[in-house]
Design a binder for this molecule. Structure first.
Ligand code: PGA
Length: 236
């Protein structure tokens, strides 16, 4: 594991953006696994800037996102599809048809999950997976559980996740209670993983996840078993 501690959010974002652009430069038709949340916003801003300057070209890149709330369609400003369009896709030259986010409104969620996994397989897997970490140790929306879930699946969000994400909603009651998330298999089969975290409130869980026992009670702890993991952490 490559653990990098940096001074502030800006440095974390810049370094993450550097790693992502390096991936795109080395393999222009790479598959990027992308994440939502407040942590990656700065990295996405940086990528938009570099793309506008012509330093990085996303025209052959394919992206697959980790997760989506159940019940929200892409036009809902709280959906992760909307988030990705606004915070990254609109600002770079990726082709909209090459961006994939699981559907939270599929008639048959089980089928949607299966198709999502198959799609990732058909793409040849993920070259670089970007991850944040939840205060309960979740990655994507893989919440603490008795076992690691392998495949894309429907998940009930834990109270701490609903609480943490309520900051983006008008009322806590508006936070969806369920989500669809990529499972551990697609994440762990990514050739490279980049985990970014910032803020004192992430320090304890990050320590447990990276240096404690590997346990599904702390889903991110499985990342210790990956052989190309980079973690960038800023306390600020
Ligand atoms: P955050 O979320 O970036 O908004 O802190 C991280 C996560 O829940 O994975």
């Amino acid at each position: 594991m490559n653990f990098v501690k940096v001074k502030n959010y800006q440095q974390m974002s810049r370094q993450a953006a550097n790693i992502i652009s390096a991936q795109v430069i080395v393999k222009p038709n790479c598959v990027l696994g992308l994440a939502t949340g407040s942590t990656p916003v700065g990295a996405y801003k940086q990528l938009i800037e570099w793309c506008k300057k012509g330093d990085v070209d996303f025209s052959s890149v394919v992206s697959v996102n980790l997760d989506e709330y159940v019940g929200l369609d892409g036009s809902n400003d709280q959906s992760y599809r909307y988030f990705m369009n606004e915070n990254l896709f609109k600002g770079i030259n990726i082709l909209p048809e090459n961006t994939f986010v699981p559907s939270g409104i599929a008639q048959n969620i089980e089928e949607e999950c299966k198709n999502y996994d198959q799609h990732i397989k058909d793409l040849g897997g993920i070259d670089l997976q970007l991850l944040g970490i939840g205060v309960d140790g979740h990655i994507g929306f893989n919440e603490p559980a008795d076992c690691f879930e392998k495949n894309t699946h429907l998940v009930k969000l834990h109270e701490s996740t609903i609480e943490a994400n309520s900051r983006f909603f008008e009322n806590k009651e508006d936070v969806p209670k369920e989500a669809v998330t990529m499972g551990m298999m697609s994440i762990m089969q990514a050739k490279k993983i980049l985990l970014i975290a910032n803020g004192k409130n992430k320090e304890e869980i990050l320590n447990k996840a990276l240096f404690g026992p590997v346990t599904p009670q702390i889903p991110a702890s499985i990342l210790q078993l990956h052989n190309d993991l980079t973690v960038i952490y800023s306390e600020e």
